[in-house]
Design a protein around this ligand. Structure first.
Ligand code: PHE
Ligand code: CO
Length: 284
């Protein structure tokens, strides 16, 4: 794992001021365009909790949210807040913030020519994608417990396994509501292309969530997912994770092989067996 060095202007917990006044008019306009487009796209696609909480992001003024104002609303809902960091932070720092109900966000926003595709998470992904569900009590509990679980996983040398759970839920999760699949993962919710692909395309697998199965499954970071996992409800996810001791699971996982991101097992609950027809990018 590469070790990160804390930039001199960041505090001991790696936070920096958001410096909201420094955003340009063009940057605010980029936020507004993305927000408009994506909140329309998610109508009938996002989970009820996500759709209901998008309003926490509608502040008195348009443009990139001022975290001071946003945090007042979010704090009232669940006690969570958003803090700014310079970029990637070490795992332990990330977990420590989550365990204390702080979500870390970048301050930069993508350029106008990058509306559809971006390698690194920007403030639109971090805030539009993640903050709505932090206003949902069951999901907020899950995130806080995940932070505590992360600190524990570090000492059990199982971060890579636990990271898959985050990936396939917090970032790329689907939930079944009234018999239909809905988006709740931030990586999908903040992406124009993937919010169609994840729900409607014939290419990816859509499989029932199973905790051990998910923690065995590798993931891709360079393209849309080949498999999405579907939870029954946030409460079910909370119960399966917060109320489970992961130490014996990690021990069992150390003895089991990893699974390919496109694998389908005979034991999987299959909502869609993916055709896997999306052309894969050739690795350099
Ligand atoms: N209960 C898990 C453990 O014993 C921690 C955890 C909670 C992990 C919530 C993910 C989500 O380590
Ligand atoms: Co994210």
């Amino acid at each position: 794992m590469k070790s990160l060095e804390r930039p001199p202007h960041a505090a001991a917990d790696w936070t920096i001021p958001q410096d909201w006044a420094a955003y340009t008019a063009e940057e605010h306009a980029t936020w507004d365009r993305l927000f408009e487009r994506q909140s329309k796209m998610l109508q009938g696609r996002a989970s009820a909790a996500f759709a209901g909480a998008i309003d926490v992001l509608r502040l008195d003024q348009p443009g990139i949210p001022d975290f001071e104002v946003l945090n007042q609303k979010l704090g009232k809902a669940t006690g969570w807040s958003v803090v700014t960091v310079p970029g990637l932070v070490p795992d332990a720092v990330f977990f420590e913030h989550l365990a204390n109900k702080r979500f870390v966000a970048g301050r930069f926003i993508r350029r106008p020519d990058q509306l559809d595709y971006l390698q690194e998470p920007d403030i639109f992904h971090d805030v539009f994608g993640h903050v709505p569900l932090l206003a949902d009590p069951a999901f907020a509990d899950y995130m806080q417990a995940y932070g505590e679980g992360g600190l524990r996983a570090e000492s059990l040398h199982a971060i890579d396994k636990l990271a898959r759970l985050y990936w396939y839920t917090v970032e790329f999760g689907l939930v079944r509501e009234d018999g239909a699949l809905r988006i709740y993962g931030a990586g999908i919710a903040s992406s124009y292309g993937e919010s169609v692909f994840a729900l409607d395309d014939a290419s990816p697998n859509r499989l029932g969530f199973d905790l051990m199965r998910v923690m065995r499954t590798r993931y891709r970071i360079d393209d849309y997912q080949q498999t999405y996992f579907v939870i029954d409800s946030f409460e079910d996810l909370r119960r399966q994770t917060v109320e489970t001791d992961f130490a014996p699971l990690y021990e069992a996982l150390a003895r089991q092989g990893d699974l390919d991101p496109a694998a389908v097992l005979s034991t999987d609950r299959v909502f869609n067996r993916g055709a896997q027809t999306r052309p894969r990018r050739v690795e350099a």
